[in-house]
Design a protein around this ligand. Structure first.
Ligand SMILES: [Zn+2]
Length: 463
């Protein structure tokens, strides 16, 4: 594939409404070429295919992809350079290095590079302009970029600019985050609030927990967000209750009919999935660039429509850092059925993505942490919260567990809140928590972390 390919060869008009068979035929055709180039120029997949005794002729359709073992984040982190396509088989205008973004969330703390070449960058711009119609980003929007300034360019931070450019919106940078360089270039949460106000931002965009913090602080500061119409949140799961809480806060700040757009994506994938209406599920918005599937993590077998499994994606036209059957680490329910809300035919994730590990055993009881979080997010007087599971007596290896709920709230709300949280937690989780009130920043300090840690398990591992 080269620069001289036509758009007609790369996509279909009105792609998201085309019959599934037509989209699948396009995906199969693009995949054949992607597999061919991976076999010749992608160090990791070249080696993997040879090890599995596979040649490009064995993977001719998206159904044949199941012959390839899924790729894990550990595979990528072990050798990120092996996922970068060798440029020598493409014309230079395709593989000119445009930029490098980095994934976060690694346990080693060392971010891994994603090489974005010119071809991939243009493809991203094209996809971003197309999905703006669904997310409702407008060329008149003023976006406040609330992603933190980090020592390595985070995918979301860097791509926010691309998306604004693709649509023709304006964008201002809050540059919050951890001030860890010799240069005093970071701004505080209060300065971020003032930036939103000063630019009369219509759209604020960032990691869910941080965007919420800006709204909490804006209320305390009495800021005027009357031009704000939407918050776009990403980077961590958010419950319906949390989004409703954010809308209420936006309305109190002067926003008329405020919306919260929940985006689901990953730096590796490079294309967000977004809901058409709340609860409809996250649409794949670039089926001409990314193929999605769910598989059974125990057997790696692909699962069917409506099944819950591990979400994986395969790049169809990538030329820089490229992934095939890459497991996103989230368990989701997935459907290819036409959306009853908007009529789009592109596949959807119909459940909130759940990280494996969201069910914890506390005092011998299995506790659905997701439900516990959601219940806390229903309580409007909570400014921040954190769930801590730890041994009652850290010195005793056989100690009973303790469930601690740390809360930040205004003093006048604390007594009633403590009582409500104890009662509700005992009811839903069948465990009686201890409550501790702390300052907001003790739970989530935006100058240290880019997102709040809602759940901490401090128990020693017993395996
Ligand atoms: Zn829809």
């Amino acid at each position: 594939m080269t620069w001289d390919k036509t758009l007609e060869e790369l996509t279909l008009p009105n792609l998201l409404y085309q019959p599934q068979e037509k989209v699948r035929a396009l995906q199969d055709r693009l995949l054949r070429e992607q597999i061919e180039v991976c076999y010749r120029a992608h160090p990791f997949y070249e080696k993997l295919m040879k090890r599995e005794g596979l040649e490009p002729r064995h993977i001719q359709t998206t159904d044949d992809l199941v012959r390839l073992p899924p790729t894990t984040k550990q595979d990528f982190l072990a050798d990120p350079e092996a996922f970068r396509m060798r440029g020598d088989i493409f014309p230079p205008e395709v593989t000119t290095l445009w930029k490098v973004v980095y994934t976060t969330g690694t346990t080693t703390g060392r971010p891994a590079p994603i090489y974005v070449c010119a071809f991939d960058y243009y493809a991203y711009l094209y996809g971003a302009a197309r999905r703006a119609e669904l997310i409702d980003i407008r060329d008149t929007d003023v976006i406040a970029n609330l992603f933190p300034l980090t020592p390595f360019p985070m995918g979301a931070f860097s791509r926010a600019t691309d998306e604004a450019a693709a649509v023709g919106a304006s964008i201002a940078f809050a540059h919050t985050g951890r001030p860890d360089s010799p240069f005093p270039v970071h701004h505080t949460v209060d300065e971020a609030v003032r930036l939103v106000e000063r630019h009369r931002a219509t759209l604020i965009w960032g990691v869910a927990g941080f965007v919420r913090r800006v709204l909490v602080r804006a209320e305390e500061m009495g800021a005027d967000f009357s031009r704000l119409r939407m918050a776009m949140i990403t980077g961590e799961a958010s419950s319906k209750a949390m989004r409703a809480d954010m809308r209420r806060r936006m309305a109190r700040l002067g926003a008329k009919e405020p919306k919260v757009a929940n985006r689901y994506g990953s730096t590796e994938q490079g294309s967000s999935m977004v809901e058409c209406v709340e609860g409809a599920g996250f649409h794949s918005l670039a089926p001409d660039q990314v193929f999605h599937e769910v598989f059974d993590p125990a057997t790696s077998k692909r699962l069917g429509d409506g099944d819950t499994g591990m979400l994986a994606f395969t790049h169809l036209i990538r030329r820089g850092t490229t992934f095939l059957r890459y497991a996103m680490g989230d368990m989701v329910t997935f459907t290819t059925a036409t959306c009853p809300h908007c009529g789009r035919t592109s596949p959807r994730v119909t459940s909130q993505p759940v990280r494996s590990g969201d069910i914890l055993k506390i005092k011998g009881t299995l506790v659905n942490i997701q439900a516990l979080k959601e219940q806390l997010e229903h309580m409007p007087t909570i400014d921040e919260y954190q769930i801590v599971v730890r041994p009652q007596d850290p010195a005793d290896p056989f100690s009973m567990d303790e469930l601690l709920v740390r809360l930040a709230a205004r003093p006048e709300h604390q007594a009633a809140l403590a009582e409500a949280v104890v009662a509700e937690t005992a009811r839903t989780a069948h465990v009686r928590p201890r409550i501790a009130f702390v300052e907001k920043n003790e739970i989530f300090d935006p100058t240290i972390a880019s997102k709040p840690r809602r759940v901490i398990d401090e128990r020693p591992r017993r395996d």
